[in-house]
Design a protein around this ligand. Structure first.
Ligand code: GLV
Ligand code: MN
Ligand code: MN
Length: 414
């Protein structure tokens, strides 16, 4: 299945330029910038000949009807939102590779047996509502009322946010896909690590996607005057936070060479009163833990908090944690993995199996059918940073393998 490599690269350049000018490459979900990108994308989907809608969950969907309406759809795509100050290729590569594959089918006047659906999933990255993978959660029926009531700093609820991007939060049941309702889901993505580049391998065949757990850890002390409060009388919440951060760093570091390594990150911290002349009275930290070892992901935060409680109590501090989200590790399906490997081989591209340390929408789509992911190398393995970079030929390799994988799956899946 041929794709148009120049068109793909032109589109990647064009969509990536929908960025906040003062902090490239930023297109945060639920912002006017995101909606500008979406508007452009929607026009491209339509011009390519796809039946295009925004579904109730706020996903942009382009559909090509298949020849056999009794067959379940094949879904391809990724996401067009980004993290702050990064993500030039993270997400959009998969959406635009999917678009090119579908457009190539239209241009050749072909009809696949299965319907082909290209998705730009809403808010794959953690949003200002504190939740990630919002559109794919909607497909999995995994958006709870509690999640829909989450608010962002300006007070808007996620329910309102979904409406803002053109979704219909009161009709979410209409997008839900039950178990075994999708023939296959395949996503092209940059690796976001160094394995492929360091080994000179063109294509990564993802074996599984790590489990991700996020928890809010609240350290409470007492706000006081920073000049008039003697050191022995302070209850400085940030000092307690520092102890938690260091302990998590050491504990996760000790597992770096495990067969299933674990990584732990405190990527967000809010201190109050957050003033130069006040002892911090409260620190709210977001702990994120990832591993292919489900039990370890589950236990890490709780163990950390209970083990450090006495040390924090000695500093006159209390600590508690609240779960934010938990997504277990997800295996890619053997049938989709073999199709990806066969597709790459038929194109003369080298492959290797590798796990994904990044999260992806596929973990939710896996509840509805078999999934697979195609990785392409990125420069120095950098991602979620402004330096994230790929070459046009790497984007084209990913799209070609996607196209060939779709062709193989369409021919073989029932
Ligand atoms: C998504 O990019 C994630 O891994 O957090
Ligand atoms: Mn990302
Ligand atoms: Mn991504």
């Amino acid at each position: 299945m041929s794709i148009d490599a120049d068109r793909l690269w032109r589109r990647i350049e064009a969509l990536s330029k929908f960025t906040d000018p003062d902090r490239p490459w930023t297109r945060r979900s639920f912002t006017p910038r995101f909606l500008e990108g979406r508007k452009w994308l929607m026009a491209e989907f339509r011009a390519a000949g796809l039946e295009t809608t925004v579904d109730a969950g706020g996903n942009l969907v382009g559909r090509l009807a298949g020849a056999d309406p009794s067959l379940k759809p094949i879904i391809i795509g990724s996401h067009s939102d980004t993290v702050p100050s990064g993500g030039r290729y993270d997400g959009i590569l998969g959406v635009l590779a999917g678009l090119d594959v579908a457009q190539s089918v239209v241009e050749r006047g072909e009809r696949l047996r299965h319907s082909l659906e290209v998705y730009d999933f809403l808010a794959e990255e953690p949003s200002e509502f504190g939740l990630s993978c919002i559109g794919s959660r909607a497909l999995a029926g995994a958006l709870s009322d509690e999640m829909l009531a989450l608010t962002r700093p300006d007070g808007m609820t996620l329910r309102q946010g979904i409406g803002l991007v053109g979704g219909r939060p009161h009709e979410l049941a209409s997008v839900r896909r039950g178990a075994d309702s999708v023939a296959a889901y395949v996503e092209v993505h940059i690796e976001q690590g160094r394995v492929l580049e360091s080994q000179g391998t063109a294509i990564g065949v993802v074996t599984d996607i790590v489990g991700i757990r996020r928890e809010r850890i609240i350290v409470s002390g007492r706000a006081d005057h920073a000049g008039a409060t003697p050191m022995p009388l302070r209850a400085d919440a940030l000092v307690g936070a520092a102890k938690l951060i260091e302990a998590a760093y050491e504990r996760a570091g000790a597992r770096a060479n495990d067969p299933q390594p674990l990584v732990a990150t405190f990527g967000r911290i809010e201190v109050s009163p957050n003033a130069a002349n006040a002892v911090p009275g409260e620190a709210v930290l977001t702990l994120e833990v990832r591993s292919g070892d489900e039990a370890a992901v589950k236990a890490f935060g709780g163990d950390l908090v209970s083990d450090l409680k006495p040390a924090l109590a000695a500093l006159r501090l209390t600590v508690r944690s609240e779960p934010i989200s938990h997504v277990p590790p997800t295996a890619c399906a053997p049938a989709v993995r073999s199709a990806i490997a066969a597709a790459a081989a038929s194109l003369g591209l080298s492959t290797r199996d590798l796990p994904s340390g990044a999260g992806h929408d596929g973990v939710f789509i896996a509840r509805a059918g078999p999934i697979g992911m195609i990785f392409v190398p990125c420069l120095d393995g950098r991602s979620h940073a402004p330096e994230e970079s790929i070459e046009p030929h790497q984007a084209a390799d990913g799209a070609r393998v996607l196209g060939e994988t779709v062709r193989l799956l369409d021919a073989t899946l029932g």
